[in-house]
Structures are given as C-alpha cells and as structure tokens.
Design a binder for this molecule. Sequence first.
Ligand code: FPP
Length: 263
Amino acid sequence: MSGAGSPRDMATQQGDSVEDALLKKALEGSIPVHVGIVMDGNGRWAVSRGLKRTEGHRAGVEALRRCLPALLSLGVRYCTFYVFSTENWKRPQEEVQFLMNLILEYSREDRSELMRRGIRVVPIGRWKEMPRQVVRALSRLVKDTASGQKLTVLLALNYGGRQEILDAARSLALSYSGRREELRDLSEEDFRRFLYEPSVPDVDVIIRTSGEKRLSNFLLWRAAYAELVFTDVLWPDFGPSDLYRAIIEYQGRERRFGDVRRE
Ligand code: FPP
C-alpha cells in the first residue's frame, strides 16, 4: 500500500515505523477474537538459502515467537497455530524427529516467557499420541501457563480437522449410548461440545503463508464462516507487520454468514 493515508505514508509523516503505523491502523478496525495460522513455506525458505529443510522449521519457531507480542498488541484472544498435522507423519523420519525435538525444546525454553506474558498454551489434536517426552513437556507447559489471561495459544499438534470431527462423533456416540432417542434432537451446539476445547469460539480468520491457497484439514468445523487471508510471504519471514496487514485485509471484508449483503 502507498500514497497519502497509507501506513507507510503515515509512518514517514509521524516518524513512526511502518510496523507501528500498521498496528495503529489495525487497531482502528474490529479485531478478530480467534485467528488461525497455517505456517507454510519453511522448507522452501531453507532450500532457497542452501540450507536443510529442517532449518526452515527452526526459523519458523522464531517467526511464531515474533508473532506473540503482536497478537497481544492487537488484543486477539485466541490464536491457533498449525504446528503438526496428522498427515505430517508421512514426512521423512529425520524431519519428523526434528519437529518433535523442536516442539520439545519450545515447550521447555519458552515456558517462563509465556507465563510472564500471560499467555495460556493449549494443545489440540491427538497430541497425547506423540512421543512420551513431548507429551510430558507439553503437559507441564499447559499446567504452568493455565492462569494466563491475555491470550490463549492453541497449538494444533497431531491435528486433523476430519479427525477432530471423527473424535467428536465417537465421544458423542459413547456419551449418548442408552439415550439414543435424544439423538433425534441433536443440535450443532450439542455436537460442538465434543470438539477439542469446546469453549474456544469459531475461528474468524485463517491466515496461510507461502502462496498456497488451501485449508489442508485445518479447523474444519470452526472454519465454517472464517475469512481466508493468503500471503506470499514464507512463514520464516513472517513478522508483526505481515500479521497487521493480514488483519487489515480481514477488516476490509464484509463478513457474511449466509445472510443478505448489507447495502
Ligand atoms: C510447513 O512448511 C510447516 C510445517 C509442517 C511445520 C510447522 C512448524 C513450525 C513453524 C515450527 C514448530 C513450532 C513450534 C511451536 C515448535 P513446509 O515444510 O511444508 O514448507 P514447504 O511447503 O516450503 O516445503
């Protein structure tokens, strides 16, 4: 964006950085309650620098770290990061191992910083089926950050949207056994109670990096009315300014829930 009134223009006039001007502009609009992020492009980022793909994942953790203060500045209440999908097990064993270690390191190294910032971490997915050490470190992180009030970071780990719906259907069937008659009146709200973290609201906007334009099995139920924002920026290069730009793009959309267009 350029020209009079653009964040770059405002920044030069007022001596702020472009990042500050973008934040200011984003704060003038309505802030999504729940943001979802598909962190894509780590491999391409690394290969383009002559590095191993796994180095892209390491740089991806830094990008996630940079985004947290920016989410806090915006006042976003929930952010779900797609860290490891149920399909990611098909990647080479060395890469899977590397990702498991990164998750383990992150859970241990960032614990106090997350606590200090008032950030609660909640994993979603079949994360308890991950390696025992990783599950243990994550469980501790969940416990130690449980009182965080400012932002809930949901880490989608061994997560699949279809699997979430399937797991919900399975738990629902077990819970209604013996009460089959009641299933006739089952509502969406009744079903929702069986999703992972049912108190977390629908996702308002999903941001996907690296130019790919797919949902890839992410938050399928909760994404029913989400706005989708795509950027060509590769995830390891993503930073606060890119996040603010994505939110500004979301704010420019007219949200529709199947109702009539507002004139
Ligand atoms: C997709 O990029 C990214 C992933 C499969 C992993 C995402 C994980 C992280 C960003 C780091 C882990 C975060 C924590 C909190 C430990 P890709 O490898 O598919 O990229 P490509 O499409 O360029 O190959």
